[in-house]
Design a binder for this molecule. Sequence first.
Ligand SMILES: *Cc1c(COP(=O)(O)O)cnc(C)c1O
Length: 469
Amino acid sequence: MVLEAVTRRQEAIASAVRERLLGPDAPVVALLDVEGIREAARELHAAFAGPAPVLHTFAVKAASLVPVLELLNAEGIGCEVASPGELELARAAGVPAGRTVFDSPAKTVPELRDALASGVAVNADNPQELARLDALVAEREAAGPRPGAPLGMRINPQVGTGSIGAMSTATATSKFGVALRDEGAEQWIVDSYLARPWLTRLHTHTGSQGVPLELMAESVRVVFELAERINRQAGRQQIDTVDIGGGLPVNFAGDETEPSFAAYADLLRHTVPGLFDGRYTIVTEFGRSLLAKQGFIAALVEYTKTAGGRRIAVTHAGAHVATRTAFAPGAWPLRVGAFDAEGAPKGTSEMVQDVAGPCCFAGDLVARETALPELEPGDVVALWDTGAYYFSTPFQYNSLPRPAVHGFRRDSAGRVSFSLVRPAQRIEEVLADSGAAQSGALTEALTGRADAPAGRAGEPHRFASSSAS
Ligand SMILES: *Cc1c(COP(=O)(O)O)cnc(C)c1O
């Protein structure tokens, strides 16, 4: 399976070069392995199969691309969303409200009202948000006794930190959820549920990259015990759904998928057997572990040089598509593949090189002092395992455009075909996103035209002198 995926990727690079999806007019491109995504979805379903009912959702922020959400939806995976934009992406992908979960830590009243009206599940992050839900549920009472959508509360089980502080959601002082171990918190949670029969879910998300599996499983165990306690005190199965979040880490050091969904599900079955006995519906929200290994960035090497004895390849893949790696290289190292100008793997002997991007700041490196076949201008570098949280969430530094994303498939005859997932951002779009239509907004004030309307796109430029009457 791993070998097949590696072969598919290599052939995709050669085909992308041949079809000029990657070339002087498109010096950086992102590629998604369609078969790889479907395999990952199937492995997830198999790992959690029965007897408990399971709803898998995909954390949209990990790959916010409508065709990807459509593909996952076709594989029976819904969406976890955390902003109005992400909710609209899920809707555009045809994901039903009943398969959508809304989890943002800063939901506004209009967002909450929209979620309730459309039946999207909501997990309240904190006591103030719960008070807002109280008001909205009361508002809806006229329409019927049901709140309109499944509602729950996000719990921070405060189990501790992983190796990357910025990625650890279940620390003592994390900004997410109701901190379970704070004084009086657990009793407050129990009382809140008992007073609100419409609260039927508990949610926790312990991750992400760098968090040990045992810690993730411990979080789920703690939240499951809380659900059992609430149900005991309610004298009925008030909580019918436990949302265990996502957070499964990804192996960025090699091609193997580890830990696997199966390994995590086995650990959970061992740590929290009651969760799987069929009394509860399980919701999952995996992001990185579903998509990271199914996508990569391919970029041209523009120049090579040396500085202070260091060899540097200047490429078109930098902080705009690999933001985390550029700003936190220790936490987010990437593997780099070296290919020649035809897209064939380079077999020449390795030497230590930096792989730099096109951005104008010194930290814009996607690999530091890495042994790779000697790179030359016109070669292609591949940044593996970047299918989640990389090119799909670009950073518009230096007004660099978002690269195109293409899905690829390989038929039984070995032919690779591509489907456009997201077009490259055009320079006109970069202009529009940079206030080009507001041209004059600041300078008109300087020339005594403070009351003049801002210029609109397409209008000829007006000089201050010509407008004096
Ligand atoms: C980001 C996020 C996820 C997905 O995390 P991954 O590490 O990508 O699996 C799931 N749930 C919530 C609430 C999140 O914020």
